[in-house]
Structures are given as structure tokens and as C-alpha cells.
Design a protein around this ligand. Structure first.
Ligand SMILES: [Fe+2]
Ligand SMILES: [Fe+2]
Length: 251
């Protein structure tokens, strides 16, 4: 059995709120009795893409578990690379693969510098195709990115989703060993499907999306600030079948 913790949207900005919430989630994960196979953070690590925010994020995300991160629309590729990955600064897409004998996590950069909506560049799709082609057909793969490529029935988030998604769908349909697609950006625990696979959206650590039927007297307010930080565990069994458990964390 493979257990991966998936969190998203820390929005580290130096303020105590984002620090406390990220710390609560990471302390919860570090206090688990057994080692996790991976902790995946699907973007919006820093709120403003600043080097100081990434230094803080790097400290907060230090864990006894392997931690994998991908950028979101609030991130800045060069600072992200330098601080979180220890790589030379570059504005090329940040794509990463984590391989073990039992599973693969492929994290694609869906960010578009200067924009809030997402798009996976052709070079990134070619990179993903190569990762999938090099993976044995009996090894399950989680494909992650920041922006959901499908409608989530929230007009605010749907307007900022991942576009050009038919290209990703065509690729996903060729690889039956993709167990699921995982993403963030929406700040809400949500599930739907994309290209015949589960599309699993991590809840937000820093805040929770206020759904259209929750707007009450504040139609311009897109988030709940009083709901607890949360994450999701993705569990792969020996047949590569996926089960996901959503968990909120006391803070
Ligand atoms: Fe976000
Ligand atoms: Fe985002």
C-alpha cells in the first residue's frame, strides 16, 4: 500500500496565518506513526513569489517524509527553483518526476507567468509523455499540476482553470496506468473526472473556497477564513486502485 499526502495553496506571505496553518499541517504529518511515501504540494506555495517567502516555505516544508512541490499562479519560477529545489534560477516550466518501484508522481507546471489561469505548455506535455512512456505499464502514476483542467461548477474558479486541456486529455487517455490526476488552486475539497480518470482537488491550507450557494451577504468574498486547513491522503493498493481520504487539521 502506498500512501501519499496531498496539500495545496499554502500562500506563504510572512503573515502568521499562513505560517500557522502550514505548520499545523506539516506537524500533523510528521507526527504520524509511519513514514509516508510522499507529500505532494500542488502549488501556490508563496503568495507573492518572493525569495523571503520561499525561504520560509522551505523551512516549513522540511519533513521526515519526501516532499514534492509544483508551482501555481502565485509562484515565481526562478525564485521557486532556487529556494525550493536548490537549482539555478530559470523561468522555464518546473516539471518534476518522483519515481519509486511502486509508483510514480509526475508534477507538471500549469502556471503561466503573469496570469492567474493555467495552461500546460507543449514542452511540458512532451516531458510528461516521455515520463509516462518510460514507466512500466503496471506501475501506477499520479499526474499532478496546480490548475484543474475541468469545470468545478464555481464561476470564479472555472474562469481561472487550466485551458488547452484537450491536449492533456488526449495524452492521459493513452496511459491506463494513470491512477488519477491531482491538483489544487480551487481551495476546496472536490472530486470530478477528467479524460476518464478521477480528478482530485486538494483543499486549501490557507483558506477555503466559498461556493456559489454559500455566498450569503458577501457575494464578492470568495473564501472562508474560519474553516480549518485540510489535506487529502491518496492510497494506492497493490492493484494500483486509488482511494482518497480528506482530512482537516486542528489549528
Ligand atoms: Fe491558491
Ligand atoms: Fe492558484
Amino acid at each position: 500500500m502506498i500512501v501519499t499526502a496531498h496539500l495545496s495553496d499554502l500562500h506563504i506571505d510572512g503573515r502568521q496565518r499562513s505560517i500557522d496553518r502550514t505548520r499545523a499541517v506539516m506537524e500533523y504529518l510528521d507526527a504520524l506513526p509511519d513514514a509516508l511515501d510522499a507529500v505532494v504540494v500542488t502549488g501556490d506555495i508563496a503568495d507573492n513569489g518572493l525569495p523571503d517567502e520561499y525561504e520560509l516555505a522551505r523551512e516549513l516544508l522540511t519533513s521526515r517524509h519526501p516532499v514534492l512541490v509544483c508551482p501555481g499562479n502565485h509562484d515565481e519560477r526562478a525564485a521557486f527553483r532556487r529556494s525550493l529545489l536548490g537549482e539555478p534560477a530559470s523561468t522555464a516550466p518546473v516539471n518534476q518526476v518522483h519515481r519509486t518501484d511502486g509508483f510514480v508522481v509526475a508534477l507538471c507546471d500549469s502556471s503561466v507567468p503573469g496570469k492567474d489561469e493555467g495552461f500546460i505548455e507543449d514542452d511540458t506535455l512532451l516531458w510528461l509523455e516521455d515520463v509516462l512512456a518510460q514507466t512500466p505499464g503496471d506501475v501506477p502514476v499520479l499526474v499532478g499540476f496546480h490548475h484543474p483542467p475541468a469545470l468545478l461548477q464555481d464561476p470564479y474558479i472555472d474562469g481561472l482553470r487550466q485551458f488547452g486541456e484537450h491536449r492533456l486529455a488526449a495524452l492521459v487517455e493513452r496511459f491506463p496506468n494513470i491512477a488519477a490526476l491531482i491538483c489544487g488552486h480551487a481551495h476546496t475539497a472536490a472530486t470530478t473526472t477528467f479524460a476518464g480518470k478521477p480528478l482530485l482537488v486538494a483543499p486549501g491550507v490557507v483558506s477555503t473556497l466559498r461556493l456559489p450557494w454559500e455566498h450569503y451577504d458577501h457575494p464578492a468574498d470568495h473564501v472562508h477564513l474560519n474553516l480549518p486547513p485540510a489535506l487529502v491522503f491518496h492510497v494506492l493498493d497493490d492493484a494500483g486502485r486509488l482511494t482518497s481520504h480528506y482530512r482537516s487539521v486542528a489549528c
